[in-house]
Design a protein around this ligand. Structure first.
Ligand code: SAH
Ligand code: DHB
Ligand code: MG
Length: 222
């Protein structure tokens, strides 16, 4: 099969799964529309990956969730929907303007009382959270600047407990991790190697299809 046929088949499979398991959802559609109108970059997780995040949070029985990289709150809404009545999610975002859009979307999805979006550099905010003993979280989703992934992993380990899940988006980056040519691909590769080697973790990368191939890293803290 040539490259274009393969791409076409993968994209049809993705749409097929999406049609079955990620049917149209008003709150999510409004969230994407609002983000687009506000000029946010369209780099949110795909509907299928959102579904997977939600399912993983449910399987983990997560009551406290931490997210690094909110953007317009699209992944946040999926994760927060998995929370029980008394659950809570904290999401960290560098850009004040993105955070404002996310808050609107989260309130619009009826999740305003469970979710807090904090503005600042993820590295500093995580350091502060460790300092304040803000952990442990049952699930941590890393999806901010890729160069900081190794650092986010270290902070995440300090904010988790045995059984916690640490997830990270963009672990494959269209295959650029195979032959890294820039800082962010190199950092992602280093992050993946740490996940594989670290004795504190049991992990795997699940390749995912989008417009390009990417992957979700899934790690369980031992
Ligand atoms: N999780 C979102 C997408 C996040 S895109 C979703 O799937 O819906 C990555 C986000 O990380 C962007 O909003 C960007 O502003 C934010 N970001 C980049 N560098 C950051 C940093 N140092 N600290 C916190 N957030 C950062
Ligand atoms: C980018 C960031 C992401 O988190 C993503 O899922 C896709 C692209 C980016 O910065 O280009
Ligand atoms: Mg991402």
């Amino acid at each position: 099969m040539d490259r274009n046929n393969l791409k076409n088949l993968l994209s049809r499979i993705d749409s097929y799964v999406e049609g079955l398991f990620a049917p149209s959802d008003p709150a999510l559609e409004v969230a994407l529309h609002r983000a687009r109108r506000a000029g946010l970059p369209e780099i949110h997780v795909s509907p299928n990956e959102g579904r997977l995040l939600q399912l993983l949070a449910q399987i983990a029985g997560a009551k406290r969730i931490l997210e690094v990289g909110t953007l317009g709150g699209y992944s946040t809404i999926h994760l927060a929907r998995a929370l029980p009545e008394d659950g809570a999610l904290v999401s960290l975002e560098l850009d004040e303007r993105y955070a404002a859009v996310a808050r609107e979307n989260i309130v619009g999805a009826g999740l305003g009382d469970k979710v807090e979006v904090r503005v600042g550099d993820g590295r500093g905010l995580l350091a502060e959270m460790v300092e304040n003993d803000a952990g442990p979280f049952d699930l941590i989703f890393i999806d901010a600047d890729k160069v900081s992934y190794p650092e986010y992993l270290e902070w995440s380990l300090r904010l988790s407990q045995p059984g916690s899940l640490i997830l990270a988006d963009n672990a494959i980056r269209g295959g650029s991790v195979l032959d890294p040519e820039d800082e962010s691909a190199r950092a992602t590769r280093e992050f993946n190697e740490t996940l594989a080697k670290d004795v504190r973790l049991s992990a795997l990368i699940l390749p995912l299809i989008r417009e390009r191939v990417d992957g979700l890293a899934i790690a369980r803290v031992l």
